[in-house]
Design a binder for this molecule. Structure first.
Ligand SMILES: C[S@@+](CC[C@H](N)C(=O)[O-])C[C@H]1O[C@@H](n2cnc3c(N)ncnc32)[C@H](O)[C@@H]1O
Length: 347
């Protein structure tokens, strides 16, 4: 069968597909470039793809040359990898890691179809906290990129449970084949633990009342299993807010609480700390690392680690301030708005 041949249109009610599964064009973006371009012009991201952020800024800093060996710690849709591969060929090699067992093979195949197969690209389904294992295989790395967090494909797929706006299982794992889902975590958490989780991971101002509502409903027999059930519980907890500001506040609290749970189920701070600690030994002398973060807790860790290792003489130079995406990029891709890029150079 020809994999590039567009699949038959999936049948749906009405004039436009409504559910994620019905978006047959967007789920095969490589076969519908005109439709994809139209969606992007409207400042949206097509459901089956991810738009890479700060690509020019990252390439300008990494200064990749042909023959270099590097690592994309967060392969995702492979947008950054593709641009880095173009710079390192001929002769170089890119190692790319991701924990997502569903998107990783699709991205590997997409990049292979573009001419970047195993001779230049080694894709590994593993956590980037194992960067030492990659360096042991690849040798000292000339450059490393980490674009933290989740991809648009993960957010948009209701089955993954990342979005409170669409009904789906309350999962939030980057790798749903390992670890505990958010629903399982909430089943056995105390009110105080949940309050601390919301405060520490996302600075949730209504952490006390939200954690109380969630844990008391579960204790009362509720089977909290879906994203929209959690969204409704958060809305119930914030009933006390004035009507004119409630809707906006509920939305913001949902964003923060979902993010806090995602950070917890994927141990995002823990694996980032391990990655930052192992980075210097994985880099070649003069090797460059760029990290794109979307959360103040991540950015703080990156900044602290870079500055500490700079003071110790392990990095010769570090970003004095984070680089932000241009206003133009933020306008065309709202998901870029919270991005901060930091970099360091190994002494
Ligand atoms: C923002 S996306 C990367 C997008 C990518 N740069 C692109 O251009 O398409 C983040 C990706 O990192 C992956 N990821 C997050 N934490 C990870 C970890 N600790 N180890 C490996 N992959 C991780 C996620 O599964 C997701 O696919």
């Amino acid at each position: 069968m020809d994999d590039n041949k567009p699949q038959r249109r999936i049948r749906y009610k009405g004039t436009h597909p409504k559910s994620f599964k019905e978006k047959y064009k967007e789920l095969q973006p490589e076969n519908y470039s005109e439709d994809v371009a139209k969606v992007m012009q409207q400042g949206r991201t097509p459901a089956g793809m991810h738009r890479s952020i700060c690509v020019d800024e990252i390439l300008a800093f990494l200064k990749i040359t042909p023959g270099q060996i590097g690592m994309d710690a967060t392969l995702g849709y492979g947008g950054h990898s593709l641009e880095m591969l173009k710079c390192l060929t001929p002769g170089g090699h890119l190692y790319a890691t991701d924990v997502d067992p569903f998107e990783l093979p699709r991205t590997r195949d997409r990049l292979a179809a573009l001419g970047f197969g195993p001779e230049v690209l080694t894709v590994k389904k593993m956590n980037f906290s194992g960067i030492d294992l990659v360096a042991a295989e690849a040798g000292p790395l000339n450059f490393v990129l980490a674009d933290l967090g989740v991809s648009s494909m993960q957010i948009d797929n209701p089955e993954r449970g990342f979005s409170f706006k669409i009904e789906g299982p309350l999962d939030l794992r980057l790798n749903p084949k390992s670890g505990k889902s958010a629903a399982a975590l909430l089943k056995n958490i105390s009110r105080l633990e949940l309050e601390v989780l919301f405060m520490e991971n996302s600075d949730e101002p209504h952490a006390t009342v939200i954690s109380k509502t969630i844990t008391s409903r579960i204790a009362g027999g509720m089977n909290l299993a879906t994203t929209t059930q959690l969204q409704e519980l958060i809305a119930d907890a914030l009933e006390f807010l004035p009507a004119n500001e409630r809707k906006e506040q509920v939305k913001k609290s949902c964003q923060r609480c979902f993010q806090a749970l995602r950070i917890a189920v994927n141990d995002e701070f823990g694996v980032l700390d391990k990655f930052l600690a192992k980075l210097p030994d994985a880099l070649a002398t003069g090797g460059r690392v760029a990290i794109l973060s979307f959360h103040s807790g991540e950015d703080r860790r990156v900044k602290k680690s870079f500055q500490q290792l700079f003071r110790e003489g392990i990095y010769s130079e570090v970003a004095p301030d984070p680089i932000r995406p241009s206003a133009e990029e933020c306008n065309t891709n709202p998901r870029a708005r919270s991005a901060k890029l930091r970099w360091a150079i190994k002494a």
